[in-house]
Design a protein around this ligand. Structure first.
Ligand code: HH2
Length: 271
């Protein structure tokens, strides 16, 4: 089972982030080369990541879109090599054609930040019989998503989206579905905090909950204008709060730090 760590002492699944992009907000450019990205993925796996999430397009607010050919040129060799090395790979893409080739190259999870609104994305994922991460964002376009950060009740609206989209994914034939409230995707800091604090309200959906808070802007803001590379402690704190409220999977840059924190947190809370 992909969402089962097999370790009762540390049951939270840790998804390590490998960005093969020149412009990711926190580590852009560092892992642009294929071999460096593969090496980084192997390092994260050795540090205790249960799977690694490979992405070729930055989705930070205002990021430039990447066409699918360019995206595939970036990610497919990385997916292939990591999968061949025995690492479980998730493909972070909003393009069905990229997802299709990535699962053929060995990816076992499709992580679509636009939340599987594209029927082609649902069809590709169902045909490959791999898992889907359904992320919430209020519009399909990362460039304009912050303009859509308006909700009457953000927790309820995201929940309604999950109910609808999980049903559509099931109808398309996807069996393994994870939901993700999309922290930072068309959300203000207040929305992010409310979603994290109310995460337990998604427990009855029957899907594991994934949360991605690592190094995000709201952490820098609340910590007092801290740049991305220095947001590790705040990221760990936010991840633990999410796990406390039911998150099964955390998507993180700093794997070793999170694994250590999770071991301690679980040891204390199950005593
Ligand atoms: N966040 C980012 C990218 N993909 N996928 C899911 N399911 N949930 C998230 O919260 C999430 C995600 C953004 O973070 P990062 O990959 O570090 O940055 P960038 O998009 O700039 O590459």
């Amino acid at each position: 089972m992909i969402w089962d760590t097999g370790d009762a002492a540390q049951p939270t699944v840790v998804m390590g982030i490998v960005n093969v992009t020149p412009d990711s907000f926190s580590d852009g450019g560092r892992f642009e080369r294929v071999d460096a990205a593969v090496q980084h993925g192997l390092t994260l796996a050795a540090q205790g990541a249960h799977l690694v999430d490979v992405g070729g397009e930055s989705t930070r607010p205002g990021a430039a879109p990447v066409n699918a050919d360019e995206e595939m040129a970036r990610v497919l060799p990385v997916v292939r090599e990591l999968a061949a090395a025995g690492v479980k790979v998730s493909i972070d893409t909003r393009n069905a054609v990229t997802a299709e080739h990535a699962v053929a190259a060995g990816a076992v999870v499709v992580n679509d930040v636009t939340g599987f609104g594209d029927p082609a994305m649902r069809a590709v994922t169902a045909a490959a019989a791999v898992a889907a991460v359904v992320n919430h964002m209020p519009t399909d376009d990362p460039r304009t998503m912050q303009a859509h950060a308006h909700y009457h009740d953000v927790v309820a609206e995201v929940r309604a989206f999950f109910v609808r989209r999980v049903l559509e994914c099931r109808e398309a034939g996807i069996n393994d579905i994870v939901v993700d409230p999309g922290i930072g995707f068309g959300k203000t800091t207040a929305h992010n905090l409310e979603l994290l604090n109310q995460l337990h309200r998604y427990a009855d959906l029957g899907c594991p909950v994934l949360v991605g808070v690592s190094r995000k802007r709201f952490i820098g803001e609340l910590a007092g204008d801290v740049p991305p590379a220095e947001r590790g402690p705040g990221s760990v704190a936010a991840a633990l709060a999410a796990v406390d409220r039911g998150a099964r999977i955390v998507r993180v840059h700093d794997v070793a730090e999170h694994v250590q924190a999770l071991r301690l947190w679980h040891a204390i809370t199950r005593t």
